[in-house]
Write a protein that binds this ligand. Structure first.
Ligand code: NAG
Ligand code: NAG
Ligand code: NAG
Ligand code: NAG
Ligand code: NAG
Ligand code: NAG
Ligand code: NAG
Ligand code: NAG
Ligand code: NAG
Length: 390
C-alpha cells in the first residue's frame, strides 16, 4: 500500500536536518513534541446512548498498566439485555496510525442495535501504554487482555464480538484465537483489511510488497544498540529508539500524513469522507506526541517478534480461529496483493465458516473511514449471521 515515495521523502528530510545527532554511538532524544491540542483529542464518538447522542467517554485502568481511553454505550441503555447473545458488546478497535476516531461514522448506526465499546489501543490516542515498574509490553495478547478487562470492568460478564481494523484487527485476532478471557465470551471475529503476520511478512519476497510495507521492517528497529538477541533473532536494544528518533525528527504528524495519503484509495468521495470531522488533524496531533509515536513503534516491534512467533507456534500446533469469522478488505489495497479468502482459510477452523467480502470502487486501506456505509452493512450482515437481534 505504501509506495517508495514515502521512503524517499523520509530519507531526504533526515539527511537535511541536523537535529539528529550521534555522539559516540549515543542517540539524542527526539525533541519535536508539537503542542498537544486537547480540543481535538477529546472528542466523543456519536452513538445511541439513552438521552445523550454521544457515547460515554471514560478512562479504565487495566492490570497491564494501561489507562485506556474508551467510548462506550452506557450499560443502562440496554438494561439487562446488555451483553446477552442477542445484544452482545461490539468491540471496535483501530489501527495505525490512528485512534478510536476511525469509528465516528459507524458507531451512530450500529449502536442502535448493540452496545458498542471503542478503545484507543494501549499507547495510542489518549490511552497510555501497558507499562509498570518493570517495563512495558506491546504484544497483541497484552493489548487484547487490557481491552477485554476494560470491557469486563464496564459491563461485567458479557458476550462480545471482536472487531477491528489494521493493528486493531490483529489485537482482535489474538483475542479470537485465545477466546479465554475470564468473564468474556466471544461470539464472532470481524477483521478489516489485514492478513495474518506470517502471510504479510512472507509477501516480502516480492520487492514490490517489501517496499510498500517497508514500515514493517523499519519500525521494529525501534532500538539501536547494544546488540542482543530476542528469541534467537538478532535485534538492537536500548540506548535510543531509532525509528522513533527518525520519525520525530521528520515530525510525527508529517510522517502520519504520508502514511494516510499513501494508504488511502483513489475514490474522491471516499477520501472526502475520510478527512471529514478533522480526522487527519486528530491523528496528526496524536502522532506529534513522542509517547504515541514511540508506543506505535514498539507495537510493530512486537509484531515482528513476539506476535509473529506466537502465530507461527499456533499454526504449527493447528490452533486457529474457531469463532464465526468475517473479513472485509479493500480490493484496491489488500485484494491487489493477496487472495484474501485463501490466506485466511489457512488461519480459520472449518467451524469459523469463514466469509470474505471486498469493497471496490478504488476505496483504499482506510476502509472503515473511506467506506463507512459498506462497513456498517457488513457488520450488520455479520450480526445477522450471529443471531443478534435487529
Ligand atoms: C552514552 O550515554 C550514557 C548516558 O548518558 C553515558 O553514560 C555513556 O557514557 C554514553 N556513552 C558514550 C559512548 O558516549
Ligand atoms: C485546537 O483545535 C481546534 C479545533 O481544530 C482549533 O480551533 C484550535 O485553534 C486549536 N488550538 C490550538 C492551540 O492549536
Ligand atoms: C432521559 O432519561 C430519563 C431516565 O434516565 C428518562 O426519564 C427521560 O424520559 C429521558 N428523556 C428523553 C428525552 O429521552
Ligand atoms: C487516566 O487518565 C485520565 C485522563 O488523563 C485521568 O483523569 C485519570 O486519573 C487516569 N487514571 C488513572 C488511574 O491514572
Ligand atoms: C430482564 O428483566 C426483565 C424484567 O425484570 C425480565 O422479565 C427479563 O427476563 C430479563 N431478561 C434477561 C435476559 O435477564
Ligand atoms: C509488569 O508488566 C509485565 C509486562 O506486561 C508483566 O509481565 C509483569 O507481570 C508486570 N508486573 C506486575 C507487578 O504487574
Ligand atoms: C518508549 O518505549 C520504550 C519501550 O517501552 C520505553 O522504555 C521508553 O521510556 C519510551 N519512551 C517514551 C519517550 O515514551
Ligand atoms: C498455511 O500457513 C503456513 C504458515 O503457518 C504456511 O507454511 C503454509 O504454506 C500455508 N498453507 C497454505 C495452503 O497457504
Ligand atoms: C456459513 O455462512 C454463510 C454466509 O453467512 C451461511 O450462508 C451458511 O449457512 C453458514 N454455514 C454454516 C454451516 O454456518
Amino acid at each position: 500500500m505504501y509506495r517508495t515515495r514515502v521512503l524517499a521523502a523520509l530519507l531526504a528530510a533526515v539527511s537535511l536536518t541536523d537535529a539528529y545527532e550521534l555522539v559516540n554511538g549515543n542517540v539524542s532524544q527526539p525533541t519535536s513534541n508539537a503542542a498537544f491540542n486537547i480540543t481535538l483529542a477529546d472528542y466523543r464518538l456519536l452513538g445511541y446512548n439513552g438521552n445523550d447522542t454521544r457515547l460515554t467517554h471514560g478512562f479504565v485502568q487495566t492490570d497491564c498498566g494501561a489507562n485506556l481511553s474508551v467510548h462506550y454505550t452506557n450499560p443502562s441503555v440496554w438494561g439487562n439485555l446488555t451483553g446477552t447473545a442477542s445484544r452482545p458488546i461490539l468491540i471496535l478497535t483501530h489501527g495505525y496510525p490512528e485512534s478510536s476516531y476511525i469509528w465516528r461514522d459507524v458507531t451512530p448506526i450500529v449502536s442502535t442495535r448493540v452496545p458498542v465499546f471503542v478503545a484507543d489501543q494501549p499507547g495510542y490516542g489518549l490511552s497510555t501504554a501497558c507499562c509498570n515498574s518493570t517495563g512495558c509490553a506491546y504484544d497483541k495478547r497484552t493489548y487484547a487482555q487490557s481491552i477485554l478487562q476494560a470491557v469486563n470492568k464496564v459491563y461485567g460478564n458479557v458476550n462480545v464480538i471482536y472487531a477491528g481494523h489494521d493493528r486493531g484487527a490483529r489485537t482482535m485476532h489474538r483475542a479470537a484465537v485465545d477466546n479465554n478471557f475470564p468473564g468474556i465470551t466471544g461470539l464472532g471475529f470481524f477483521a478489516a483489511d489485514i492478513v495474518p503476520f506470517i502471510a504479510e511478512y512472507a509477501s516480502f519476497s516480492n520487492p514490490v510488497y517489501a517496499q510498500g510495507y517497508f514500515h514493517w521492517a523499519f519500525l521494529p528497529k525501534g532500538m539501536y544498540f547494544p546488540k542482543t538477541r530476542i528469541n534467537s533473532k538478532h535485534v538492537n536494544t536500548p540506548a535510543g529508539e531509532f525509528a522513533t528518533d527518525v520519525i520525530m525528527t521528520y515530525g510525527g504528524g508529517n510522517w502520519v500524513r504520508q502514511i494516510l495519503e499513501y494508504g488511502q484509495g483513489e475514490n474522491t468521495q471516499g477520501i472526502e469522507i475520510f478527512k471529514r470531522g478533522q480526522a487527519w488533524e486528530i491523528y496528526i496531533n496524536f502522532f506529534n506526541q513522542l509517547s504515541v509515536t514511540n508506543a506505535s513503534v514498539f507495537d510493530y516491534q512486537a509484531g515482528a517478534f513476539t506476535d509473529y512467533d506466537e502465530q507461527v507456534a499456533d499454526q504449527n500446533a493447528g490452533i486457529k480461529v474457531k469463532l464465526p469469522t468475517h473479513i472485509l478488505y479493500s480490493e484496491y489495497n489488500l485484494g491487489a496483493q493477496f487472495d484474501v479468502q485463501q490466506v485466511w482459510s489457512n488461519y480459520t477452523d472449518p467451524s469459523a465458516n469463514l466469509t470474505v467480502k471486498s469493497v471496490g470502487d478504488k476505496k483504499g486501506h482506510f476502509i472503515i473511514e473511506e467506506a463507512p456505509d459498506e462497513t456498517v452493512a457488513q457488520l450488520n450482515t455479520f450480526m445477522d449471521r450471529l443471531g443478534v437481534s435487529d
